[in-house]
Design a protein around this ligand. Structure first.
Ligand SMILES: Cc1cc2nc3c(=O)[nH]c(=O)nc-3n(C[C@H](O)[C@H](O)[C@H](O)COP(=O)(O)OP(=O)(O)OC[C@H]3O[C@@H](n4cnc5c(N)ncnc54)[C@H](O)[C@@H]3O)c2cc1C
Length: 331
């Protein structure tokens, strides 16, 4: 079986974590491995995995491949896949790769499955694992169609680091694209509160915006406490549907968006630990916690959802007081 590991380099020209993990997934299949890289430059990335066991390194490089753009990325991927002639193409499920994966598969006449959490050989057949229906059901997929393009999720495979000196065969690709990348606008680093790489996830629930025992709402204090805990721990911020819906209406906490929502209709983040605060722990929310290793919650209500077997530890306490104390101790 011919396997192509196909990935873009990151802004600094190296191979990102997601890509190194996708290489781990491709390599574990034990086939005839080719590496295909695209980006502004690919040599440094190729050198970082030179000893990974690949028989061939292919590259597409140049200024026009520096940033994500559908036309150039898709053209690079198609050229690399055609040159490799692989049966199985493994890409990381980064936003940049995911954006073009379906189009690349269509141009290659390949089958495609995305966001796999497992990829293994079973009785000589490649078996892919992925979750369905917002992570409620796990499915195993086999396909006869070749080529078969897959993207694999982060946090599921062992990253490969195998430095050395790689000899990269460069392909010449001239993308037909009318789109010009004129720059990138992104929020300031401290305004970015969704941090997939963080060890801990802090979830803020609707309780932060509710009347407290003194009969008053304390939204400013809630904002300040949550942001202080984020600053002190550099953890990632998630929220419940109730709270992000209120925030969207101009109420509650202004730094929350629907991107923060964790749950059945939100995201399913992966972090080592999670702390839910002022959140009831209802099933449509907790289903988004499927990949959180250690779960803790703070709630005034001793019979909230977290107490029904959904958390490892429940602190029956006032989250305002607990977070205040924790931030004080961390300082
Ligand atoms: C089809 C469907 C899909 C859904 N998808 C999602 C989803 O993706 N994500 C999601 O989050 N929800 C989802 N929901 C909604 C979900 O069922 C809940 O309504 C929602 O999660 C409740 O949010 P909450 O726990 O923050 O608020 P609430 O239920 O209002 O709970 C607030 C909690 O805060 C506690 N509290 C108040 N003050 C304090 C304090 N000072 N200290 C400690 N605790 C305090 C209260 O005791 C209470 O338990 C979905 C629902 C449906 C029907």
């Amino acid at each position: 079986m011919k396997v192509l590991f196909l990935a873009h380099t990151d802004d600094g020209g190296s191979l990102g974590k997601a890509a190194s993990e996708a290489l781990g997934a491709a390599k574990a299949l034990g086939g005839d491995l080719t590496v295909g890289l695209y980006g502004a430059e690919v040599q440094a990335a190729a050198d970082s995995i030179a000893a990974c066991g690949a028989g061939k390194f292919l590259g597409v490089a140049g200024a026009e491949f520096a940033t994500a753009r559908y036309g150039s990325d898709a053209a690079a991927c198609v050229a690399l896949a055609k040159a490799a002639g692989a049966d199985l193409i493994v890409m990381p499920a980064t936003s940049r790769a995911s954006r073009v994966a379906a189009g690349v598969a269509q141009r290659l006449g390949a089958a495609i499955d995305t966001r796999l959490t497992g990829l293994a050989l079973d009785g000589g057949k490649v078996v892919a694992t992925r979750w369905f229906y917002r992570q409620r059901m796990v499915g195993k997929i086999e396909r006869d169609a070749r080529p078969w393009l897959v993207t694999v999720d982060t946090g599921c495979f062992e990253a490969v680091s195998a430095p050395g000196s790689a000899s990269v065969e460069m392909l010449s690709v001239t993308p037909a694209t009318r789109t010009q990348v004129t720059g990138i606008k992104s929020p300031a680093a401290d305004a970015q509160t969704i941090r997939p790489e963080a060890k801990m996830l802090l979830v803020a629930g609707a309780g932060w915006g509710k009347s407290q025992p003194d009969g008053q709402k304390h939204l400013d204090e809630a904002s300040q406490l949550i942001l202080s805990l984020l600053a002190a721990t550099q953890c990632s911020l998630g929220s419940s549907k109730s709270l992000v819906d209120q925030s969207g209406d101009g109420g509650a906490l202004p730094f929350l968006t629907h991107m923060h929502q964790v749950g059945q209709t939100g995201s399913t983040p992966r972090h080592q630990k999670g702390l839910a605060t002022c959140c009831h722990g209802e099933e449509p929310h907790v289903v988004g916690w499927r990949f959180i290793g250690e779960r803790r919650a703070i709630n005034l209500d001793a019979s909230c959802g977290w107490a029904q077997g959904k958390a490892d530890v429940l602190y029956v306490a006032d989250a305002f007081a607990v977070v205040n104390k924790v931030v004080e101790l961390l300082k």
